[in-house]
Design a binder for this molecule. Structure first.
Ligand SMILES: Cc1cc2nc3c(=O)[nH]c(=O)nc-3n(C[C@H](O)[C@H](O)[C@H](O)COP(=O)(O)OP(=O)(O)OC[C@H]3O[C@@H](n4cnc5c(N)ncnc54)[C@H](O)[C@@H]3O)c2cc1C
Length: 415
């Protein structure tokens, strides 16, 4: 029997590796196809930031990090197949030891992706997976129980036939790594619903007051809290010429995208109440905005925001100034372009899938990774989600290939 895997990112590589481990009654030939000259290009890009492989959250906390139209408990069931602990053990099995950082994030001790990727690909090949690079998927045809894939290659068009296929074609950010979403029309031609891609984990744009950029562009706002809707995140933001960047805003993307007029509130002093701030500053005389820098220990960027954006009446009203500093409004205009986002929301809808991530109306066709319509914040949840869905799709494809007659579960997966 032939299993095809298309897409050589972390989801596709994990699918290939998982498929080699589970014994099948008959021989299984596994081929992984990748459009680019080499696999794992976005994984290597993730390595530039130290490769936050997963997070040390407990499993129930983990599920809360994922947004999508899957039913409650589904993500936990995926993580039981391949959890954050499994991810650490898997990396260790490749000779890459990991550690838990102060924020609970898990990193390889070397903070690098290349050694892990090199060993991973070698192990997959040693386990018998054929890896075919420069194979760009152009067409999917399903005839009875056979699936035909057409690829453009340097030698011209070629067609291969499979009993089951796992697609792990990625999302739509950083298209130069190969995740260019050009697969979307191929899936739509099969009648599969694909939610439009949107930038997730990205910076947002705003029209800054003209005085702010010359003063503090490129400077961080540290130890702040940011709120969008009913979600508040403690962390850091970077002021940029176009708006704001940084971990805190990445985590609010889901909430901001749901607003007709996205509005961010910054608390410049989250560890003090308004009353405490008033108490600290009341004894000072003169312009309270000037005094605030020293008395409230504001950094350059925080003070620049306060002095340019606070209404004039706050200069001599400590109560109004403290309230403003605790809830400084920044109207946002748009997310940054998807090409520069860390990840994307959108993709194959959960309503198309069964619990094994098989397309309900296309038995034998499975999907994994960021090409499915889920999203998660940075913190290791993205790679964990890709490894986890890659593992489930592979186990599902083996269940499908082993079933006689080949049957599919159409249990509902979405809310
Ligand atoms: C700057 C940056 C930093 C990041 N840092 C982290 C981090 O520290 N931690 C974390 O958890 N996540 C991080 N991520 C996100 C993480 O890298 C992605 O979520 C993950 O790579 C997605 O895996 P995937 O296998 O689903 O897709 P991808 O990695 O995008 O792989 C998809 C593959 O499919 C191939 N492909 C696409 N179309 C075709 C086709 N038609 N034919 C053949 N092949 C095709 C592509 O070439 C690609 O190799 C980061 C992302 C970026 C951009």
């Amino acid at each position: 029997m032939n299993l095809g895997i298309v897409g050589g990112g972390p989801a596709g590589l994990m699918a290939a590796e998982t498929a080699t481990k589970a014994p099948l009654g008959t021989d299984l030939s596994i081929t992984l196809f990748e459009g680019k000259p080499s696999v794992g290009r976005k994984f290597l890009v993730a390595g530039h930031g130290g490769l936050n492989l997963t997070h040390s959250d407990s499993l129930d906390r983990f599920e809360e990090r994922y947004h999508g139209s899957f039913k409650s408990g589904y993500w936990t069931s995926l993580l039981k197949d391949f959890s954050n602990e499994d991810a650490r053990a898997w990396a260790s099995g490749l000779g890459i030891e990991t550690f838990i950082g102060t924020s609970g994030r898990v990193f390889p001790k070397e903070f690098k992706a290349a050694p892990l990727l090199r060993r991973w690909v070698q192990r997959i090949k040693n386990q018998g997976v054929r890896v075919e690079a420069r194979h760009d998927l152009q067409k999917i045809t399903q005839k009875d129980a056979r699936i035909e894939l057409e690829f453009s290659t340097p030698e011209g068009m070629i067609t291969n036939s499979f009993d089951a296929v796992i697609f792990a074609l990625g999302g739509a950010s950083w298209p130069e790594t190969g995740s260019n979403a050009q697969w979307v029309p191929l899936f739509q031609q099969l009648g599969i619903s694909v939610a439009p891609f949107q930038a997730a984990n990205c910076g947002w744009e705003t029209h800054w007051h003209p005085d702010i950029i010359p003063l503090v562009a490129g400077e961080p706002l540290k130890n702040i809290a940011v709120t969008a809707g009913n979600i508040t995140i403690h962390g850091e933001l970077m002021i940029t010429a176009y708006g704001v960047e940084g971990g805190a805003i990445y985590q609010l993307g889901h909430s901001l995208r749901s607003m007709a007029h996205p509005l961010l509130f910054i608390d410049l002093k989250p560890t003090f109440s308004s009353e405490e701030l008033v108490q600290k500053i009341s004894s000072y005389s003169g312009d309270f905005i000037n005094s605030a820098k020293k008395v409230w220990r504001l950094g350059n960027a925080a003070h620049a925001l306060l002095s340019t954006l606070a209404p004039p009446e706050t200069r001599d009203d400590p109560h109004a100034l403290a309230s403003f500093a605790k809830r400084l409004p920044i109207p946002l205009t748009a997310p940054r372009p998807i090409a520069e986002a860390i990840s994307s929301a959108g993709g194959v809808s959960f309503e198309e899938l069964n619990e094994d991530l098989m397309l309900k109306n296309h038995p034998g066709l499975f999907v994994a990774g960021e090409m499915i319509d889920w999203e998660a914040p940075t913190g290791g949840y993205l790679l964990q989600g890709c490894l986890t869905t890659g593992s489930r799709a592979a186990l599902g494809s083996l269940r499908y290939l082993n079933s006689d007659p080949r049957s599919i579960s159409t249990d509902t997966l979405c809310v």
